[in-house]
Design a protein around this ligand. Structure first.
Ligand SMILES: Cc1ncc(COP(=O)(O)O)c(C=O)c1O
Length: 432
């Protein structure tokens, strides 16, 4: 993966120059050139959340470069120069002794954002969820009720079972990411000599496999009320909770009001290179801390992860709506083609994820993704630029697109033109 590009090197050089000039300025009191340089730096700084060009040549893609639009996942976003600077300048300390001020600041901020007593930094969302389940389910053979399409169940290598001997009791996920609450009540098992005990309920918001859908608040409130009566904790996999909060115009703390614990990824929509937060009651976080150590997730000076996290809460969270708007533009363009080969449901596109349905009579998700990564001469003649779009096939009928921090409005325009071109090209039944 490319970590430094041309524009960052420019910023780095300017940064060094500025440092030298500070010294120079002190020595000679007034140097007009420095003002010019600083004005330029300020201009650059104010633009650092406009993302770095992603063409392979670093130039405009019309001039022979390739515009790479990577919408496989929001983990592919590149930190902006300003975010990188927070990493470079982070004040660090030994976190195992609680002495990393940047980590402490992020944990405090995360706890307050999520309305919980405490929060803990962890290397990944998967580890945050695993720690949460292990903290809630202290006895072997506990049951966790969760959706059959949840990330914890499908994409985390059954860690909760492998590591914690926790049994997943799945309920069918409905298209909106919820599960049926009548079926939920029927599934709950209390302490009984003959059977295992339901110890936890896990929900996911936004729901990834449901296409980034936001769980309805009234459903969460109803589930919350049921679990309160049953004395059953809820853990929310909130990898993209802030996208949900933006879409619903609701505070994250309100959205997780009835959840005992919540995980939040820093490296998805928030666009940092690595890290997650786990929040909950102080006693829960105390336990979580020792489980984190058991799993090898305690880190020496994770302030370098926390610093971009703090930056992202200030600067990236407020722009998440742009990613949602980009998905709407792409969804409308696909729907507007009216092609029987590739369709999408506009109503289902709530946040930064779009699911495209491929009609197998025309093409498979793999064929669509492969074609979107190719550039033909005919296409070049029509589009005037080389566009390579990277998307993910999810299953036999579905392709997933995820917009993020590094996808610019120009990328969206180019992606849409390419997509419409490819849909027209491939929208003929296989037999013809
Ligand atoms: C909903 C959801 N939860 C958890 C995770 C796991 O996060 P990580 O990749 O940081 O382990 C992901 C990752 O994509 C996710 O989409």
């Amino acid at each position: 993966m490319r970590l430094v590009d041309k524009s960052d090197m420019q910023i780095g050089t300017i940064y060094c120059l500025r440092r030298c000039c500070k010294w120079y300025k002190k020595a000679f009191l007034y140097v007009p050139d420095i003002c010019v340089l600083n004005a330029f730096i300020l201009y650059k700084d104010s633009n650092t959340d406009k993302h770095v060009p992603k063409t392979d040549s670093g130039e405009g893609s019309g001039g022979g470069g390739v515009r790479v639009v990577d919408v496989r996942s929001d983990i592919t976003s590149q930190p902006s120069p300003a975010m990188r600077r927070t990493i470079m300048e982070a004040v660090l300390g030994a976190d195992p002794y609680g002495e990393d001020p940047t980590v402490n600041a992020l944990q405090k901020r995360g706890a307050s954002l999520l309305g919980k007593e405490a929060a803990l930094i962890v290397p990944s969302g998967t580890m945050a969820n695993l720690i949460a389940v292990l903290s809630h389910c202290e006895r072997r053979g506990c049951e966790v009720i969760l959706g059959d399409l949840s990330h914890i169940h499908l994409h985390e290598h059954t860690g909760t079972t492998q590591v914690g001997s926790v049994y997943p009791r799945t309920l069918r996920n409905q298209p909106d990411g919820t599960f049926n609450l009548k079926e939920f009540l029927e599934a709950v098992r209390s302490e009984d000599f003959h059977s295992s005990r339901t110890a936890l309920v896990c929900i996911e918001n936004t729901h990834s496999m449901a296409g980034g859908k936001v769980l309805p608040m009234d459903w969460m409130d109803e589930l919350g009320a049921m679990c309160k009566k049953l004395n059953l904790p809820i853990h929310m996999d909130g990898a993209r909770l802030l996208n949900a909060s933006v879409a619903l115009k609701e505070l994250p703390s309100r959205m997780v009001r009835d959840c005992t614990s919540v995980s939040l990824c820093l490296n998805k929509g928030l666009g940092t290179p690595v890290g997650s937060l786990l929040a909950g009651p102080s006693e829960f976080i105390y336990k979580a801390r020792s489980i984190r150590q058991m799993l090898g997730g305690e880190m020496g000076q994770p302030g370098i992860i926390a610093a971009p996290g703090l930056y992202a809460l200030d600067h990236v969270y407020p722009r998440l709506h742009e990613d949602h708007e980009h998905i709407q533009i792409i969804a409308r363009a696909v729907a507007g083609c009216g092609s029987p080969a590739i369709t999408c449901d506009l109503e289902s596109a709530h946040t930064n994820i779009l699911m495209l349905n491929c009609n197998m009579a025309y093409l498979t998700p793999q064929q669509l993704c492969q074609r979107m990564e190719e550039v033909t001469e005919e296409e070049m003649a029509v589009m005037g630029e080389r566009v390579v779009a990277k998307m993910s096939p999810v299953n036999l009928t579905t392709v997933r697109l995820v917009t993020h921090l590094s996808i610019t409005p120009e990328d969206v325009k180019a992606l849409v033109v390419k997509m419409v071109y490819v849909i027209k090209e491939l929208g003929k039944p296989k037999s013809t």
